[in-house]
Design a protein around this ligand. Structure first.
Ligand code: FMN
Length: 438
């Protein structure tokens, strides 16, 4: 099968894995999230497996609020490495795998972001990607001289202008602007310099960016918000969308909706890849896979369970853990919260069942390699996904299991590459080369 008919697979490798009790698992080094080597080892494994990219979600601060009381002391997510710094270091030890880090448009300036990601693209030879988020927690506001987090509409209005400015800055110089002619003494061609001169509602940025055009033309843009304004931001800008769909019907609806919005921005369906998050528990038998899952679920402390629901559904500690999920509306990350409430109602879930379900973060599949690949293939072939962003429950085991069991089955069915097609992330994702001004 040709490369462009294959799945794209990224590895989201934040913390110690996506399961909230990952740090208590006997095989997981509990201090790994602040250990460069821990991440480098997994990045190398992901590259040996020819995955498209490693991906770091991020928050700028400790976002849990100790609700219910005592939950924060049980949370491993209080210490981690800053992802862009980490990816620059990983980039120096790898050669093909894409390097995607999250950065917030609410708590940064466009010039900083344009400059840092352009630098990562140069350092890595064309492998950088920026996951654009608007942030969602009150705690982050408190780290940036604000009492309140910006409201949804204002955040997205700022994000829209922010990304416009970053793109203008990335287009400061044409490819061949720097002639560096030692004889004539001319370093750059004046006609190939484009000064942004941006003046808008939120930003006033003159430019140009003090960096040459990057190996990919510009870094890959990833977007991960999914309500109305998030979808528009994605349709306008994203090369890759990291989504949080839980079932194939809503995933297909979301996929079709997002792709249909592209035309408005003069873009075509093949210019944006939609990659839902996916956690897999795989074994030689279904029982073995289930045992891996149960082992982790049994390590969840109920206080931590309620805390994980807090960011999407609010404080449920006043309700019976083994009673039904109450009639509430979703919290700050509406695209995730709405999906959870819908699922809880449909499946008559208790609060305990819901937090256990949430413990891995997103959609999870438990079974043999054939079971899991059947499901991935269905999503891929039936218009629900162009690939997946793997969110292993625990690192490195979740990745190692994926490579050992699931990849061979994907390859046997011709669904995933055996070699990299390119040295750039854009090239490996099968996105067409970017001409200056595109
Ligand atoms: C799949 C997914 C991943 C996200 N990852 C992050 C992240 O790493 N850091 C962050 O601050 N916000 C993250 N967000 C939050 C979004 O940036 C946004 O603030 C939030 O989703 C609200 O917008 P929405 O209702 O359009 O989804 C993520 C959202 C989704 C859906």
């Amino acid at each position: 099968m040709e490369q462009d008919k294959m799945m794209r697979i990224g590895l989201s490798m934040r913390y110690l894995g996506y399961h909230m009790a990952a740090w208590r698992h006997p095989d997981v080094p509990a201090g790994g999230a602040i250990d460069f080597k821990y991440f480098l080892d997994s990045a190398r494994k992901a590259e040996a497996a020819k995955l498209d990219m490693i991906f770091f979600a991020d928050g700028i601060g400790v976002r849990a609020s100790d609700t219910p009381k005592g939950s924060l002391t049980r949370d491993s997510k209080n210490a981690e490495l800053e992802p862009l710094t980490l990816l620059a270091a990983i980039g120096a030890h790898t050669s093909n795998i894409g390097l995607v880090a999250t950065a917030s448009t609410t708590y940064n300036e466009p010039f900083h972001i344009a400059r840092k990601y352009a630098s990562l693209d140069h350092i890595s030879g064309g492998r950088a990607g920026w996951n654009v988020v608007t942030s969602w927690s009150q705690q982050e506001a408190w780290n940036f001289s604000r009492d309140e987090h910006l409201g949804y509409d204002e955040r997205y209005e700022r994000a829209d202008e922010f990304v416009d400015v970053v793109k203008k800055l990335w287009d400061s110089w044409e490819d061949d602007a720097f002639i560096r002619n030692k004889e004539t003494g001319i370093f750059y061609a004046e006609s190939k310099l484009h000064v942004a001169n941006h003046k808008g509602k939120h930003f006033s940025v003159r430019g140009p960016l003090n960096s040459a055009r990057t190996p990919q033309g510009r870094p890959i843009v990833v977007q991960a918000g999914a309500a109305e304004a998030g979808r528009e931001l994605a349709a306008k800008n994203a090369d890759v969308v990291y989504s949080a769909s839980f079932d194939i019907l809503s995933a297909r609806k979301y996929y079709a909706d997002l792709k249909s919005r592209l035309r408005k921005y003069g873009r075509t369906a093949d210019q944006m890849l939609i990659m839902p998050g996916l956690t897999t528990y795989v074994g030689k038998t279904r029982q073995e896979a289930q045992d891996k899952y149960d082992q982790l679920q049994d390590l969840i402390d109920p206080l931590s369970g309620l805390a994980i629901l807090y960011s999407t559904l609010g404080d449920l500690s006043g309700y019976d853990l083994d009673g039904p999920v109450p009639d509430i509306s979703s919290g700050p990350v509406s695209s995730i919260g709405d999906g959870l409430i819908e699922m809880a109602r449909r499946d008559n879930m208790t609060i305990r069942q819901l937090y256990k379900h949430r413990a891995s973060g997103g959609r999870q599949l438990i079974g043999t390699a054939a079971d899991i690949v059947d499901d991935m293939e269905t999503w891929f072939r039936e218009g629900a996904a162009d690939g997946f962003n793997l969110c292993p429950a625990i690192l490195p085991n979740g990745l190692e299991d994926f490579v050992e069991f699931i990849l061979p089955e994907l390859r046997r069915r011709g669904l995933f590459r055996t070699e990299y097609a390119s040295s750039t992330l854009r090239g490996n994702l099968g996105l067409k080369p970017l001409l200056f001004g595109d």
